[in-house]
Write a protein that binds this ligand. Structure first.
Ligand code: SF4
Length: 362
């Protein structure tokens, strides 16, 4: 379940359903924690959605049912039909606004799009991962970058919102391939992007490569810097980045499923904190009027990003710019992409309070 400014997603995980094979980095059961036997019966789906509809009723503006974790359009036609029909009952009754799903680029064709056209599908998310054919082949994706280009244009021609997922740290990628992928995807102008660092998950084919020394994951710090650079590529084109890093879960957090790699439960926060640190440093370097005390103003939603995880950005800035005091305050007049720095206002006089004179009671 996710809730972004009143948008409520009811996730229906279909781990590895419809996948032609296992991609090298993938273990959807580890990522989603969903191990129940599939396929989910229509009755199970009904109960699952009804349960989610009980949450946060008053705060919901829009609600969508989302089929994630597999290759939705790779399912057999009758399965797609029954799941969409079941989900559509909630749309028809007015409890849900639309349906979305994730799928592989090579499952998008006009026949399938004509078929889903009969249902209230609003958004399709493509697992792109890379736009480099050599890296796609090493990762055993089984599709090419041309499949992504073609799928994207078919989806857009149907008027569907399209989200794209990409990965950094795949085998054979030295970082430049990820940057190149981000630039190619930004040129497509998708509705949103998700960026995932490659993690070595237990039970994935990559786990064997890692154990044999054939694959070394990116260190966390390097991953953060690379994803930060990619985030900026998309933001420059005003493309929303709705997720960076895997969704935290009990199995991922306790290390049971993560063998190695840059997993952090607050990965996206680390990226944005690092970005705000860079912005503050760049601004402070050019400011001759800041001595000893600085006030950084950011949009209220960015206060914790500016502070950094465990407020780690504050001592870094204080040390680098010889500051005795650094305040971070929220200002809703600023945009979410901006910050502004002031010297500590001087000349504020504390109001002089007269001591109340005791009344004499004669
Ligand atoms: S990455 Fe997508 S297509 Fe590949 S195995 Fe995982 S769910 Fe299936």
């Amino acid at each position: 379940m996710s809730n972004n400014e009143g948008h409520f997603i009811i996730p229906v995980f279909i781990p590895h359903q419809g996948c032609p094979h296992k991609c090298i980095f993938c273990n959807q059961s580890a990522i989603t924690g969903v191990r129940q036997p599939f396929p989910m019966s229509p009755n199970d789906l009904l109960k699952h959605v009804q349960k989610y509809l009980e949450y946060k009723k008053e705060k919901r503006k829009t609600t969508e049912i989302a089929f994630f974790g597999g290759n939705f359009l790779g399912l057999k036609r009758d399965r797609i039909d029954s799941m969409l029909k079941e989900a559509n009952l909630f749309v028809k009754s007015g409890q849900v606004d639309g349906i979305r799903f994730s799928t592989r680029p090579d499952t998008i064709d006009t026949a399938r799009l004509d078929f889903i056209n009969a249902f209230p599908v609003t958004t399709v998310e493509l697992g792109v991962q890379s736009m480099d054919d050599r890296i796609l082949s090493k990762s055993k994706r089984g599709h090419t970058s041309a499949d992504t280009d073609k799928a994207f244009f078919l989806l857009k021609n149907c008027g569907l919102k399209t989200g794209l997922q990409m990965m950094v740290g795949l085998p054979g990628d030295d970082g430049s391939h990820s940057i190149d992928t981000a630039e190619k995807l930004a040129r497509l102008c998708p509705d949103y992007i998700r960026i995932y660092p490659t993690i070595v998950l237990s039970g994935s084919p990559l786990a064997e490569w890692y154990k044999s020394g054939a694959y070394t994951p990116l260190p966390l710090e390097e991953s953060i810097n690379l994803v930060k650079e990619i985030y900026c590529i998309f933001r420059k084109k005003n493309i929303r980045v709705i997720r960076m890093g895997l969704q935290a879960s009990k199995d991922l957090d306790n290390g049971a499923e993560v063998l190695a790699g840059p997993y952090h439960p607050a990965f996206g926060h680390l990226v944005l904190s690092s970005l705000f640190l860079d912005m503050a440093k760049a601004e402070l370097k050019n400011r001759k009027d800041i001595h000893e005390h600085a006030v950084i103003k950011v949009h209220p939603r960015n206060i914790s990003r500016m502070q950094g995880l465990n407020k780690s950005n504050i001592p870094i800035l204080k040390k680098e710019f010889n500051l005795n005091a650094l305040e971070i305050i929220g200002d809703s007049n600023l945009t979410e992409e901006n910050l502004c720095i002031h010297p500590k206002p001087t000349g504020f006089l504390k109001p002089i309070l007269k001591k109340p004179t005791k009344k004499r009671h004669n």
